[in-house]
Design a protein around this ligand. Structure first.
Ligand SMILES: Cc1cc2nc3c(=O)[nH]c(=O)nc-3n(C[C@H](O)[C@H](O)[C@H](O)COP(=O)(O)OP(=O)(O)OC[C@H]3O[C@@H](n4cnc5c(N)ncnc54)[C@H](O)[C@@H]3O)c2cc1C
Length: 384
């Protein structure tokens, strides 16, 4: 009998757990540990901020979905794994204890390194949690005129919600008849194509932004935010009246100091998603040290690879499933300018790109399909 412990109940952890439950005999014990009983569907947070869906639509009953698939669930704060002793230290109901494992999967997501940009905490909105998205939504409702800056800080590693927010703001202001009183600037730390998989998507996106009169400022690495201005590292400044920025990303603190991470704290893995330097530890999702954007669909692919290789190891075989890094994204502009891109990052195969209203619908349908496929019920339904 093998005891498998999975840390994190996001895209990577859920997929790894479910896929293992399908592959392994019932004698093996799968446990998932996460802070919340709910799964958060992050790709819908822009829609949540703009009132296009409700809080109940982005939270799903994680515990119920796992239990239905014979996966144990522990709601606890993960303090740190101890790979030398094959245990994880957790805090559950105020008490600390060790959870032993034979195999560990780290799927802890990213850490928001807000402290790296001075003034971020006091002055900027972001939308990387449900609470933050709702607060930004309130600020949008009260914003009538002036300069709106939507952007990303250095090391953000996620572009989609920045563009979607700029388009959604343009649409909301137009519907309220207030668009003419507002300038919207989209501020990026690097050149335009960074974190978008290259030039293919960039030029279509630039045209769409110009059509919506959204001004684009590139190579503006924000390192200070004051009450009224954002500052770049070279002291250039821009005034704002409404500010939404994605903060820098870093690896999870829980994995630090174990010799498993790179210099920014992301966990180093090989082609099989096994953690470098660890005998029986795998990692998947935003917490791993791979170049390019951090995205939910990559977390899903990586979770599948982890499950396939772990199941092989438990059956006494060598890991053989190989992870291929790629980008697949939809930027939902809300209409005809919505964009789809699929690009393999390691094989050099030609990218596939499409544009049109269909991709706006496809994104919404995909989120419903994903949650249904993983037996995740909205919390409203789970609690009624
Ligand atoms: C606004 C927004 C829009 C996005 N849009 C898209 C999109 O369109 N397409 C796309 O592919 N991706 C998108 N993403 C990115 C996507 O959501 C992430 O890549 C994905 O959530 C990563 O999954 P994960 O499982 O690695 O981490 P997460 O989903 O962050 O899950 C981490 C899990 O670990 C748990 N955890 C962490 N630390 C602890 C601890 N100490 N103790 C207990 N539990 C802990 C958390 O509670 C959580 O359950 C978007 C993200 C945001 C924020």
């Amino acid at each position: 009998m093998a005891r498998i412990v999975i840390l994190g109940g996001g895209f990577a952890g859920v997929v790894a757990a479910e896929s293992l439950a399908q592959k392994l005999d019932k004698e093996h014990e799968i446990t998932l540990i996460a802070r919340q009983r709910e799964f958060t569907f992050y790709p819908d947070l822009v829609r949540l901020a703009f009132g296009q869906c409700r809080t109940e639509d982005v939270f799903f009953d994680l515990e119920g979905a796992l239990l239905a698939q014979r996966i144990r669930f522990i709601q606890a704060e993960i303090i740190a794994p101890d790979p030398l002793n094959d245990t994880v230290m957790i805090r559950e109901n105020g008490h600390e204890r060790h959870v032993p494992y034979d195999f560990l999967v780290m799927a802890l997501g990213r850490r928001l390194a807000i402290e790296e940009v001075k003034g971020f905490q006091q002055h900027a909105h972001h939308l990387l949690s449900v609470g933050a998205a709702l607060r930004f939504g309130e600020a949008v409702k009260n914003f009538k005129a002036g300069h709106a800056i939507i952007g990303a800080c250095p090391e953000t590693r996620l572009a989609v919600p920045v563009f979607e927010t700029a388009f959604a703001l343009d649409r909301a202001l137009s519907e309220r008849g207030e668009r003419k009183a507002v300038n919207i600037s989209l501020v990026l730390p690097e050149k335009f194509s960074a974190n978008l998989g290259g030039e293919e998507l960039a030029s279509a996106l630039q045209k769409a932004l110009a059509l919506h009169e959204i001004n684009v400022v590139t190579d503006f690495p924000i390192d200070l935010i004051s009450e009224k201005e954002i500052w770049a590292r070279d002291n250039r400044r821009m005034p704002y009246d409404l500010l939404m920025l994605l903060p820098p990303f870093a690896g999870p603190d829980e994995a630090a100091y174990r010799g498993l991470t790179d210099e920014t704290g992301f966990i180093q893995v090989g082609w099989d998603m096994k953690v470098r330097g660890a005998r029986n530890v795998y990692a998947a999702g935003d917490c791993v040290s791979l170049l390019g954007p951090k995205m939910g669909h990559l977390a899903v692919l990586q979770g599948e690879i982890v499950a396939a290789n772990l199941a092989a190891e438990i059956a006494g075989r060598q890991p053989e499933a190989r992870y291929e890094h790629e980008i697949e994204l939809i930027i939902n502009e809300g209409g005809n300018d919505s964009l789809y891109l699929h690009k393999e990052l390691w094989t050099g195969a030609p990218p596939v790109m499409h544009q049109g209203r269909f991709w706006s619908w496809a994104k919404q349908i995909h989120s419903h399909y994903w949650t249904r496929q993983h037996q995740l019920n909205p919390i409203s339904k789970a609690r009624s």
